[in-house]
Design a protein around this ligand. Sequence first.
Ligand code: 5GP
Ligand code: ZN
Length: 114
Amino acid sequence: MSSCLFCSIAAGTIPSDQVFSDDSFVAFRDIDPKAPTHILVIPRRHVPGLDHLESADVELVGRLLVTAAGIAASEGLTERGYRFVINCGEDGGQTVGHLHLHILGGRSLAWPPG
Ligand code: 5GP
Ligand code: ZN
C-alpha cells in the first residue's frame, strides 16, 4: 500500500533507523521513543492490525514474536527484561494502521499501562 507509512518504511522509500530486515519483517527504531530502547517490528505485508488477522496468519504472528525476541536479545535486553506491545484500534492507542509490535526496554516499565 503506497499510502501506508509503514509500507513505505518497509520499502525504503521513507527512511528509518533500521535494526533488522528479512523477507518477512522489518524492524526500526521508533521516531519518538518511550524507553531507552524502542523498536517497531512490522510484517512487510500490509496487515492493518490485530483485528485483521486470520487463521492463515498464525505462522506469521508466531515468527513475529520469535523475530522480535531475537532482536530484543541482540539489543542486550534479555538480562533485565523488556516488554512487547501491540496496540489495536482507538481505545488500544493504535495510531498507524499497519500491524506493528513495539519492543520496549532499557528501563523499568510501569504496570498497568495508562
Ligand atoms: P501505535 O501508536 O500505532 O501503537 O504506534 C505507532 C508508533 O509509530 C509510535 O510509537 C510512533 O512514535 C511511531 N512512528 C510514527 N511515525 C513514525 C515514523 O515516521 N518513523 C518511525 N520510525 N516511527 C514512527
Ligand atoms: Zn502498510
